[in-house]
Design a protein around this ligand. Structure first.
Ligand code: UD1
Ligand code: UDP
Length: 365
Protein backbone atom coordinates (compact mmCIF):
# COMPACT_ATOMS: atom_id res chain seq x y z
CA UNK A 1 0.00 0.00 0.00
CA UNK A 2 1.26 3.46 -0.88
CA UNK A 3 0.20 6.03 1.72
CA UNK A 4 0.49 9.80 1.44
CA UNK A 5 0.53 11.64 4.81
CA UNK A 6 -0.18 15.35 5.13
CA UNK A 7 1.28 17.51 7.88
CA UNK A 8 1.06 21.28 8.08
CA UNK A 9 0.74 22.74 11.55
CA UNK A 10 2.17 22.02 15.02
CA UNK A 11 -0.56 19.67 16.28
CA UNK A 12 -0.19 17.46 13.18
CA UNK A 13 3.34 16.22 13.78
CA UNK A 14 2.65 14.28 16.99
CA UNK A 15 -0.38 12.63 15.34
CA UNK A 16 1.48 11.47 12.23
CA UNK A 17 4.74 10.27 13.85
CA UNK A 18 3.43 7.01 15.41
CA UNK A 19 1.41 6.03 12.36
CA UNK A 20 4.32 6.73 10.04
CA UNK A 21 6.51 4.46 12.17
CA UNK A 22 3.92 1.68 12.39
CA UNK A 23 3.27 1.69 8.64
CA UNK A 24 7.01 1.63 7.98
CA UNK A 25 7.43 -1.39 10.26
CA UNK A 26 4.64 -3.10 8.34
CA UNK A 27 6.54 -2.48 5.09
CA UNK A 28 4.24 0.02 3.40
CA UNK A 29 5.44 2.68 0.99
CA UNK A 30 4.96 6.21 2.33
CA UNK A 31 5.22 9.80 1.19
CA UNK A 32 5.33 12.55 3.82
CA UNK A 33 4.09 15.90 2.57
CA UNK A 34 4.43 19.17 4.52
CA UNK A 35 2.14 21.96 3.37
CA UNK A 36 4.21 24.65 5.14
CA UNK A 37 1.22 26.09 7.04
CA UNK A 38 3.59 26.39 10.03
CA UNK A 39 7.18 27.20 9.13
CA UNK A 40 9.11 28.64 12.10
CA UNK A 41 11.69 26.19 13.42
CA UNK A 42 9.90 26.21 16.81
CA UNK A 43 6.53 25.44 15.18
CA UNK A 44 7.73 22.78 12.73
CA UNK A 45 11.34 21.51 12.30
CA UNK A 46 11.88 20.94 16.02
CA UNK A 47 9.13 18.30 15.99
CA UNK A 48 10.79 16.35 13.19
CA UNK A 49 13.94 16.20 15.31
CA UNK A 50 12.17 15.42 18.59
CA UNK A 51 9.82 12.79 17.15
CA UNK A 52 12.22 11.11 14.72
CA UNK A 53 10.14 11.97 11.66
CA UNK A 54 12.09 11.86 8.39
CA UNK A 55 12.50 15.03 6.28
CA UNK A 56 9.29 15.54 4.30
CA UNK A 57 9.40 14.02 0.81
CA UNK A 58 7.73 17.16 -0.46
CA UNK A 59 7.10 20.62 0.89
CA UNK A 60 4.44 22.97 -0.51
CA UNK A 61 5.73 26.08 1.30
CA UNK A 62 2.31 27.76 1.50
CA UNK A 63 2.92 29.87 4.65
CA UNK A 64 0.39 32.13 6.36
CA UNK A 65 -2.60 33.99 4.93
CA UNK A 66 -6.33 34.46 5.30
CA UNK A 67 -8.36 31.26 5.44
CA UNK A 68 -9.19 31.48 1.74
CA UNK A 69 -5.62 32.30 0.72
CA UNK A 70 -4.07 29.54 2.82
CA UNK A 71 -6.65 26.88 1.89
CA UNK A 72 -6.51 27.78 -1.80
CA UNK A 73 -2.70 27.80 -1.90
CA UNK A 74 -2.60 24.32 -0.33
CA UNK A 75 -5.17 23.04 -2.83
CA UNK A 76 -3.38 24.49 -5.86
CA UNK A 77 0.01 23.12 -4.85
CA UNK A 78 -1.34 19.79 -3.58
CA UNK A 79 -3.27 18.68 -6.66
CA UNK A 80 -0.30 18.11 -9.02
CA UNK A 81 1.70 16.51 -6.19
CA UNK A 82 -1.14 14.11 -5.41
CA UNK A 83 -1.42 13.12 -9.07
CA UNK A 84 2.36 12.62 -9.28
CA UNK A 85 2.58 10.49 -6.10
CA UNK A 86 -0.62 8.59 -6.98
CA UNK A 87 -1.12 7.01 -3.53
CA UNK A 88 -3.60 4.26 -2.68
CA UNK A 89 -4.68 6.31 0.32
CA UNK A 90 -4.39 9.84 1.71
CA UNK A 91 -4.04 10.11 5.50
CA UNK A 92 -5.02 13.40 7.12
CA UNK A 93 -5.07 14.23 10.83
CA UNK A 94 -6.84 16.78 13.02
CA UNK A 95 -8.69 19.87 11.92
CA UNK A 96 -6.33 22.51 10.51
CA UNK A 97 -6.72 24.25 7.15
CA UNK A 98 -4.18 21.88 5.54
CA UNK A 99 -6.37 18.92 6.59
CA UNK A 100 -9.52 20.10 4.83
CA UNK A 101 -7.69 21.54 1.80
CA UNK A 102 -5.92 18.27 0.97
CA UNK A 103 -9.04 16.21 1.67
CA UNK A 104 -11.09 18.25 -0.78
CA UNK A 105 -8.48 17.82 -3.50
CA UNK A 106 -8.15 14.06 -2.91
CA UNK A 107 -11.92 13.51 -2.91
CA UNK A 108 -12.25 15.21 -6.31
CA UNK A 109 -9.32 13.18 -7.66
CA UNK A 110 -10.92 9.95 -6.47
CA UNK A 111 -8.21 9.12 -3.92
CA UNK A 112 -9.59 7.43 -0.76
CA UNK A 113 -9.11 9.40 2.47
CA UNK A 114 -8.48 8.26 6.03
CA UNK A 115 -9.11 10.86 8.74
CA UNK A 116 -7.36 10.33 12.06
CA UNK A 117 -9.13 12.15 14.93
CA UNK A 118 -12.52 12.05 13.23
CA UNK A 119 -15.85 12.87 14.86
CA UNK A 120 -14.75 15.68 17.18
CA UNK A 121 -17.47 18.33 17.43
CA UNK A 122 -17.64 21.52 19.48
CA UNK A 123 -20.97 22.50 17.93
CA UNK A 124 -19.46 25.96 17.48
CA UNK A 125 -19.65 26.88 13.82
CA UNK A 126 -17.80 30.16 14.42
CA UNK A 127 -14.67 28.09 15.01
CA UNK A 128 -12.71 27.54 11.76
CA UNK A 129 -11.65 24.09 12.97
CA UNK A 130 -15.29 22.96 13.37
CA UNK A 131 -15.91 23.68 9.68
CA UNK A 132 -12.71 21.80 8.82
CA UNK A 133 -13.74 18.80 10.96
CA UNK A 134 -17.23 18.43 9.54
CA UNK A 135 -16.10 18.76 5.92
CA UNK A 136 -13.12 16.44 6.31
CA UNK A 137 -15.26 13.75 7.92
CA UNK A 138 -17.85 14.07 5.15
CA UNK A 139 -15.12 13.54 2.54
CA UNK A 140 -13.40 10.63 4.28
CA UNK A 141 -13.72 6.90 3.56
CA UNK A 142 -12.14 5.71 6.81
CA UNK A 143 -12.88 7.61 10.02
CA UNK A 144 -10.60 6.85 12.96
CA UNK A 145 -12.08 7.99 16.26
CA UNK A 146 -10.66 8.43 19.75
CA UNK A 147 -13.74 7.83 21.93
CA UNK A 148 -17.42 6.84 21.95
CA UNK A 149 -18.68 10.45 21.74
CA UNK A 150 -16.97 10.85 18.40
CA UNK A 151 -18.65 7.68 17.06
CA UNK A 152 -22.03 9.03 18.20
CA UNK A 153 -21.39 12.38 16.50
CA UNK A 154 -20.56 10.68 13.21
CA UNK A 155 -23.51 8.27 13.34
CA UNK A 156 -25.74 11.25 14.15
CA UNK A 157 -24.57 12.91 10.94
CA UNK A 158 -25.41 9.82 8.92
CA UNK A 159 -21.91 8.40 8.43
CA UNK A 160 -22.27 4.67 7.69
CA UNK A 161 -21.15 2.56 10.67
CA UNK A 162 -18.70 0.55 8.55
CA UNK A 163 -16.62 3.66 7.93
CA UNK A 164 -16.17 4.43 11.65
CA UNK A 165 -13.27 2.75 13.46
CA UNK A 166 -12.68 3.45 17.14
CA UNK A 167 -8.94 3.07 17.54
CA UNK A 168 -8.12 5.44 20.41
CA UNK A 169 -6.04 8.58 20.71
CA UNK A 170 -2.96 8.72 18.52
CA UNK A 171 -1.47 11.76 20.34
CA UNK A 172 -1.27 9.57 23.41
CA UNK A 173 0.90 7.09 21.45
CA UNK A 174 3.45 9.89 21.05
CA UNK A 175 3.13 10.93 24.68
CA UNK A 176 3.60 7.38 25.99
CA UNK A 177 6.55 6.83 23.66
CA UNK A 178 8.32 10.01 24.80
CA UNK A 179 7.43 10.52 28.46
CA UNK A 180 10.58 8.82 29.80
CA UNK A 181 12.86 10.44 27.22
CA UNK A 182 11.41 13.86 28.01
CA UNK A 183 12.70 13.59 31.60
CA UNK A 184 16.19 14.37 30.28
CA UNK A 185 15.00 17.82 29.20
CA UNK A 186 16.79 20.67 31.01
CA UNK A 187 13.70 22.89 30.78
CA UNK A 188 12.88 23.06 34.50
CA UNK A 189 16.43 23.97 35.49
CA UNK A 190 16.64 26.53 32.68
CA UNK A 191 13.66 28.37 34.12
CA UNK A 192 14.50 27.80 37.80
CA UNK A 193 11.36 25.68 38.34
CA UNK A 194 10.59 22.92 40.81
CA UNK A 195 8.15 20.06 40.12
CA UNK A 196 4.48 20.80 41.01
CA UNK A 197 5.23 24.43 41.88
CA UNK A 198 4.27 26.24 38.68
CA UNK A 199 1.54 26.48 36.05
CA UNK A 200 1.88 26.16 32.25
CA UNK A 201 -0.13 28.48 30.02
CA UNK A 202 -0.82 28.48 26.25
CA UNK A 203 -3.27 30.60 24.26
CA UNK A 204 -3.76 30.88 20.51
CA UNK A 205 -7.44 30.67 19.44
CA UNK A 206 -8.31 33.66 17.22
CA UNK A 207 -11.47 34.24 19.31
CA UNK A 208 -9.27 34.66 22.40
CA UNK A 209 -6.33 36.61 21.05
CA UNK A 210 -7.37 38.62 18.00
CA UNK A 211 -9.50 41.16 19.93
CA UNK A 212 -7.52 43.34 22.32
CA UNK A 213 -10.24 43.56 24.97
CA UNK A 214 -10.70 39.77 25.16
CA UNK A 215 -6.95 39.11 25.18
CA UNK A 216 -6.31 41.72 27.90
CA UNK A 217 -9.15 40.29 30.03
CA UNK A 218 -7.82 36.73 29.78
CA UNK A 219 -4.24 37.77 30.50
CA UNK A 220 -5.43 39.84 33.47
CA UNK A 221 -7.11 36.78 34.99
CA UNK A 222 -4.04 34.60 34.37
CA UNK A 223 -1.85 37.27 35.99
CA UNK A 224 -3.85 36.75 39.19
CA UNK A 225 -2.74 33.11 39.06
CA UNK A 226 0.85 34.35 39.03
CA UNK A 227 0.34 35.44 42.66
CA UNK A 228 0.05 31.77 43.70
CA UNK A 229 2.86 30.29 41.62
CA UNK A 230 4.97 31.17 38.58
CA UNK A 231 3.22 30.75 35.23
CA UNK A 232 5.25 29.68 32.20
CA UNK A 233 3.55 31.05 29.09
CA UNK A 234 4.59 29.22 25.91
CA UNK A 235 3.56 31.89 23.46
CA UNK A 236 2.23 30.98 20.00
CA UNK A 237 3.41 33.41 17.25
CA UNK A 238 -0.17 34.62 16.60
CA UNK A 239 -0.47 35.62 20.27
CA UNK A 240 3.06 37.01 20.55
CA UNK A 241 2.28 39.36 17.66
CA UNK A 242 -0.88 40.66 19.43
CA UNK A 243 0.87 41.07 22.80
CA UNK A 244 3.79 42.94 21.25
CA UNK A 245 1.36 45.28 19.48
CA UNK A 246 -0.49 46.16 22.70
CA UNK A 247 0.84 48.84 25.02
CA UNK A 248 1.98 47.55 28.39
CA UNK A 249 0.83 43.91 28.17
CA UNK A 250 4.36 42.47 28.08
CA UNK A 251 5.34 44.45 31.16
CA UNK A 252 2.19 43.53 33.11
CA UNK A 253 2.84 39.84 32.46
CA UNK A 254 6.43 40.18 33.64
CA UNK A 255 5.36 42.05 36.78
CA UNK A 256 2.79 39.33 37.56
CA UNK A 257 5.18 36.34 37.55
CA UNK A 258 3.90 35.21 34.11
CA UNK A 259 6.97 34.32 32.05
CA UNK A 260 6.52 34.49 28.29
CA UNK A 261 8.75 32.04 26.42
CA UNK A 262 8.86 31.14 22.71
CA UNK A 263 7.08 27.91 21.68
CA UNK A 264 8.93 24.88 23.03
CA UNK A 265 9.89 21.64 21.31
CA UNK A 266 7.84 18.53 22.05
CA UNK A 267 10.16 16.93 24.61
CA UNK A 268 10.78 20.14 26.57
CA UNK A 269 7.09 20.97 26.57
CA UNK A 270 6.01 17.48 27.57
CA UNK A 271 8.40 17.50 30.52
CA UNK A 272 7.25 20.99 31.53
CA UNK A 273 3.59 19.91 31.48
CA UNK A 274 4.17 16.53 33.14
CA UNK A 275 5.87 18.18 36.13
CA UNK A 276 3.45 21.11 36.44
CA UNK A 277 0.76 21.71 39.02
CA UNK A 278 -1.78 23.11 36.59
CA UNK A 279 -2.25 23.81 32.88
CA UNK A 280 -4.19 26.82 31.61
CA UNK A 281 -4.91 26.64 27.90
CA UNK A 282 -7.17 26.96 24.87
CA UNK A 283 -5.34 24.20 23.00
CA UNK A 284 -7.23 21.13 21.82
CA UNK A 285 -4.41 18.64 22.21
CA UNK A 286 -3.38 19.83 25.65
CA UNK A 287 -6.84 19.06 27.06
CA UNK A 288 -6.15 15.43 26.16
CA UNK A 289 -2.53 15.29 27.25
CA UNK A 290 -3.38 16.68 30.70
CA UNK A 291 -6.17 14.14 31.05
CA UNK A 292 -3.70 11.34 30.34
CA UNK A 293 -1.12 12.85 32.74
CA UNK A 294 -3.78 13.57 35.40
CA UNK A 295 -2.73 17.22 35.61
CA UNK A 296 -5.59 19.68 36.31
CA UNK A 297 -6.46 21.66 33.17
CA UNK A 298 -8.40 24.94 32.92
CA UNK A 299 -9.62 25.49 29.38
CA UNK A 300 -10.26 29.08 28.37
CA UNK A 301 -13.14 28.41 26.01
CA UNK A 302 -16.93 28.24 26.17
CA UNK A 303 -17.08 24.78 24.61
CA UNK A 304 -14.90 21.84 23.74
CA UNK A 305 -14.89 19.20 21.01
CA UNK A 306 -13.27 16.91 23.60
CA UNK A 307 -15.97 16.56 26.32
CA UNK A 308 -14.52 13.25 27.51
CA UNK A 309 -11.66 15.27 29.05
CA UNK A 310 -14.28 16.86 31.32
CA UNK A 311 -16.56 13.89 32.01
CA UNK A 312 -13.69 11.48 32.68
CA UNK A 313 -10.51 13.55 32.79
CA UNK A 314 -9.05 16.60 34.50
CA UNK A 315 -10.45 19.38 32.35
CA UNK A 316 -12.64 22.30 33.48
CA UNK A 317 -14.22 24.74 31.03
CA UNK A 318 -13.67 28.27 32.32
CA UNK A 319 -15.25 30.32 29.53
CA UNK A 320 -13.40 33.45 28.43
CA UNK A 321 -14.79 35.89 30.93
CA UNK A 322 -12.11 37.00 33.48
CA UNK A 323 -14.33 36.27 36.50
CA UNK A 324 -15.05 32.73 35.27
CA UNK A 325 -11.36 32.11 34.61
CA UNK A 326 -10.40 33.34 38.09
CA UNK A 327 -13.02 31.05 39.61
CA UNK A 328 -11.87 28.00 37.59
CA UNK A 329 -8.24 28.69 38.52
CA UNK A 330 -9.16 28.93 42.18
CA UNK A 331 -10.96 25.57 42.00
CA UNK A 332 -8.18 23.89 40.04
CA UNK A 333 -5.08 24.86 42.02
CA UNK A 334 -5.86 22.59 44.89
CA UNK A 335 -7.79 20.00 42.89
CA UNK A 336 -7.01 16.35 43.51
CA UNK A 337 -6.98 14.66 40.11
CA UNK A 338 -5.16 11.46 40.95
CA UNK A 339 -8.35 9.38 40.61
CA UNK A 340 -9.59 10.84 37.32
CA UNK A 341 -10.04 8.41 34.44
CA UNK A 342 -8.02 7.88 31.31
CA UNK A 343 -10.47 7.17 28.46
CA UNK A 344 -10.56 3.69 26.96
CA UNK A 345 -7.95 3.02 24.23
CA UNK A 346 -5.79 5.99 25.16
CA UNK A 347 -3.07 3.44 25.74
CA UNK A 348 -0.24 4.13 23.31
CA UNK A 349 -1.36 1.43 20.85
CA UNK A 350 -3.57 3.40 18.50
CA UNK A 351 -1.16 3.39 15.54
CA UNK A 352 -0.92 -0.44 15.26
CA UNK A 353 -4.74 -0.62 15.50
CA UNK A 354 -5.00 1.81 12.57
CA UNK A 355 -2.53 -0.27 10.53
CA UNK A 356 -4.66 -3.36 11.15
CA UNK A 357 -7.79 -1.60 9.89
CA UNK A 358 -5.95 -0.23 6.85
CA UNK A 359 -4.64 -3.65 5.89
CA UNK A 360 -8.12 -5.14 6.16
CA UNK A 361 -9.43 -2.26 4.03
CA UNK A 362 -6.72 -2.90 1.42
CA UNK A 363 -7.64 -6.59 1.27
CA UNK A 364 -11.40 -5.91 1.22
CA UNK A 365 -12.17 -7.24 -2.25
C1 UD1 B 1 -3.51 26.83 13.34
C2 UD1 B 1 -4.81 26.04 13.22
C3 UD1 B 1 -5.36 25.74 14.60
C4 UD1 B 1 -4.32 25.07 15.47
C5 UD1 B 1 -3.05 25.89 15.50
C6 UD1 B 1 -2.00 25.10 16.23
C7 UD1 B 1 -6.26 26.50 11.28
C8 UD1 B 1 -7.48 27.18 10.83
N1 UD1 B 1 -5.83 26.80 12.52
O1 UD1 B 1 -3.83 28.08 13.92
O2 UD1 B 1 -6.46 24.86 14.50
O3 UD1 B 1 -4.84 24.94 16.77
O4 UD1 B 1 -2.60 26.10 14.13
O5 UD1 B 1 -0.93 25.84 16.62
O6 UD1 B 1 -5.69 25.72 10.56
N2 UD1 B 1 2.79 32.18 12.42
C9 UD1 B 1 4.14 32.37 12.51
N3 UD1 B 1 4.95 31.29 12.31
C10 UD1 B 1 4.50 30.05 12.03
C11 UD1 B 1 3.11 29.87 11.94
C12 UD1 B 1 2.26 30.94 12.14
O7 UD1 B 1 4.62 33.49 12.76
O8 UD1 B 1 5.30 29.12 11.86
C13 UD1 B 1 1.88 33.32 12.70
C14 UD1 B 1 1.54 34.11 11.44
O9 UD1 B 1 1.42 35.46 11.79
C15 UD1 B 1 0.16 33.58 11.09
C16 UD1 B 1 -0.44 33.27 12.47
O10 UD1 B 1 0.67 32.83 13.24
O11 UD1 B 1 -0.60 34.51 10.38
C17 UD1 B 1 -1.50 32.22 12.43
O12 UD1 B 1 -1.06 31.01 11.80
P1 UD1 B 1 -2.13 30.02 11.11
O13 UD1 B 1 -1.46 28.77 10.68
O14 UD1 B 1 -2.92 30.75 10.11
O15 UD1 B 1 -3.13 29.72 12.26
P2 UD1 B 1 -2.85 29.31 13.77
O16 UD1 B 1 -3.39 30.39 14.64
O17 UD1 B 1 -1.44 28.91 13.94
N1 UDP C 1 3.08 21.87 22.22
C1 UDP C 1 4.48 21.89 22.15
N2 UDP C 1 5.14 23.04 22.51
C2 UDP C 1 4.49 24.15 22.95
C3 UDP C 1 3.06 24.12 22.99
C4 UDP C 1 2.40 22.97 22.61
O1 UDP C 1 5.10 20.89 21.80
O2 UDP C 1 5.15 25.14 23.27
C5 UDP C 1 2.38 20.64 21.82
C6 UDP C 1 1.36 20.11 22.81
O3 UDP C 1 1.97 19.31 23.80
C7 UDP C 1 0.46 19.29 21.90
C8 UDP C 1 0.42 20.13 20.63
O4 UDP C 1 1.59 20.95 20.68
O5 UDP C 1 1.05 18.04 21.63
C9 UDP C 1 -0.82 20.98 20.59
O6 UDP C 1 -0.71 21.94 19.59
P1 UDP C 1 -1.49 23.31 19.60
O7 UDP C 1 -1.91 23.68 20.98
O8 UDP C 1 -0.67 24.26 18.84
O9 UDP C 1 -2.76 22.98 18.68
P2 UDP C 1 -4.23 22.42 19.00
O10 UDP C 1 -4.09 21.14 19.71
O11 UDP C 1 -4.94 23.47 19.77
O12 UDP C 1 -4.82 22.29 17.64
Amino acid sequence: MKVLHVVGARPNFMKVAPLYRALKQAGHEQHLLHTGQHYDRAMSTVFFDDLGLPEPDSHLGVGSGTHAEQTARVMLAFEPKLLEVAPDLLVVVGDVNSTVACSLVAAKCGVPIAHVEAGLRSGDWSMPEEINRVLTDRLSDLLFTHCADADDNLRGEGVPAERIHRVGNIMIDTLVENLERAKASPVLAEHGLHPRSYAVFTLHRPANVDTHETLAGILGAVCEAGKRAPVIFSCHPRTAERIRAADGLTQSLRDANVHMVPPLGYLDFLHLVAESRLVITDSGGLQEETTYLRIPCVTIRDNTERPVTITQGTNILAGTDPAGIRDALERSYGRDTKDTQIPELWDGKTAPRIVEVLERWRDRS
